[in-house]
Design a protein around this ligand. Structure first.
Ligand code: OGA
Ligand code: MN
Length: 294
């Protein structure tokens, strides 16, 4: 089937023409969707009807091996019995809203910082696919930043300075600065990971800035100088011209490429209203390794 894309922002993000992803099996359609991801970085699919298993199955067809090592797995047993299906909600095992002081809630508040998923792992996250199962009656948007447009807009001197640097990413670091501390035992499972600061992904010759709240320091530099550079780049990349907001409707599926975008949740009254989404994130393995790992 032929897929068309309607652009949602001047530099990135698109809505995909009507399609029921539960039934997309053929390589021809999947290849068009992957090409759309390479071009737009964020794709919005309206009116999906996934069971948990159907969401997992589609993610595997779309991109191969799934990420099952999420930080939430360290804090609580997964509500759905499958660590690859991340519970992006403000409810507990019994479906009632989490208390303000619940550790799962306090940790997930950090999703409101600009980040990319699983950058503190190796392999990191490639595509994240977030599906809206229950949304509040108030705005609770997810915002995205175009990290290729942000790279392109840097001056030549900055590009030359940063091109070959590496960044250490740690969720223990990013949560700590928000006042949330993992125990020693939990931290031992969250060692962090090092990735290039500037990357090129398959399917597009463009360079992208790979930042995130989890970015703790630059490997090649002294810590304070590296942290300042990261702060400057984060500030640059999240200027309004690089940002697009998704206002959720029930049954939306949004897929983003964690290598070419950052994202953050916007706040809402999460003690009053339920918000329940499920996320599947794929492993950022070289494409040729995906087939054997899947
Ligand atoms: C995520 C995430 C943002 C949101 O699922 O990885 O950061 O708005 N979600 O829930
Ligand atoms: Mn996220």
């Amino acid at each position: 089937m032929t897929v068309t894309f309607k652009k949602l922002h001047s530099t990135f993000a698109a809505e995909v023409s009507e399609i029921d992803l539960r039934h997309v099996q053929d390589e021809h359609t999947l290849a068009q969707l992957r090409a759309g991801m390479a071009e737009f970085g964020v794709l919005v699919f309206k009116n999906q009807h996934f069971s948990n298993q159907e969401q997992l199955d589609f993610a595997q067809r779309m991109d191969g091996a799934l990420h099952a090592k999420t930080s939430s797995a360290v804090l609580a047993k997964n509500r759905f019995g499958n660590e690859a299906l991340t519970d992006i909600s403000n409810v507990g095992q019994d479906g009632s809203i989490l208390d303000a002081s619940d550790r799962r809630r306090v940790s997930s508040i950090s999703n409101r910082l600009w980040h990319t998923d699983a950058s503190f792992e190796n392999p990191a996250g490639r595509y994240s696919m977030l599906y809206a199962r229950n949304i509040p009656p108030v705005r609770a948007d997810t915002q995205f930043a175009d990290m290729r447009a942000a790279y392109d807009a840097l001056d030549a001197e900055t590009k030359a300075t940063i091109d070959r640097l590496h960044v250490y990413h740690s969720i223990v670091y990013s949560r700590h600065i928000m006042g949330f501390d993992f125990s020693a035992e939990e931290s031992a499972k969250l060692q962090g990971a090092t990735h290039p600061l500037v990357r090129i992904c398959e399917g597009s010759p463009r360079k992208s800035l790979y930042l995130a709240s989890h970015a703790a320091h630059i490997i090649e530099w002294q810590i304070p100088e590296g942290r300042l550079l990261l702060k400057d780049l984060m500030e640059h990349a999240t200027q309004p011209q690089f940002v697009w907001s998704h206002e959720w409707e029930l049954n939306d599926l949004v897929i983003w490429d964690n290598r070419t975008t950052m994202h953050r949740a916007r706040s809402f009254d999460d003690i009053k209203y339920k918000r329940e989404l499920t996320r599947v994130t794929t492993l950022d393995l070289p494409r040729q390794q995906v087939a054997s790992a899947a």
